[in-house]
Write a protein that binds this ligand. Sequence first.
Ligand code: FES
Ligand code: FES
Length: 175
Amino acid sequence: MNITVNGVTHEIESGLLTTLLDVLREELGITGPKAGCHQGGCGACTVLVDGEPRRACLLPVAYADGGEITTVEGLGAPESLEPIQQAFVHHYAAQCGFCTSGMMLAAHSYIAHGGTDDAEAIQTALGGHVCRCTGYSKIIEAVAATARGDSFDLTETAVGKYTTMTTGMTTGGAE
Ligand code: FES
Ligand code: FES
């Protein structure tokens, strides 16, 4: 059994019914997918399997045998972030970051499938993804901006529709 993760093919030693999440995190040491609820209810473990978002905590690795897996590590590098990653920085859409990799992968797939900046459509696409920091408004803004093809200035945080503090903020937070 083998899976290709972010372009690198791995022979898998774990059992057939081991979850893809455990294989990624425990066998391969790829920690972008987070272990949240382990029950399919939070989305933190979401990865792309052949381009489609999947809850890795529910998926036996045998299901992904021969498949192409993308985790957040495969989306972009620090010096060449994907637009959705730039948008999350620019729109301050990540706080603790625990939900972020799953959110970004689901959003990346939504946009790759022609998703627009319609807020309700984005909410539907990200349905079931829980942000315990409750940063939903900024997340939707970031996904909408990416869908529009906005460019991002990563030296400053965007002033958003729901932002109440309009000055003195950077990507690192309040100064
Ligand atoms: Fe998989 Fe929560 S850890 S959905
Ligand atoms: Fe903390 Fe979403 S940023 S859970």
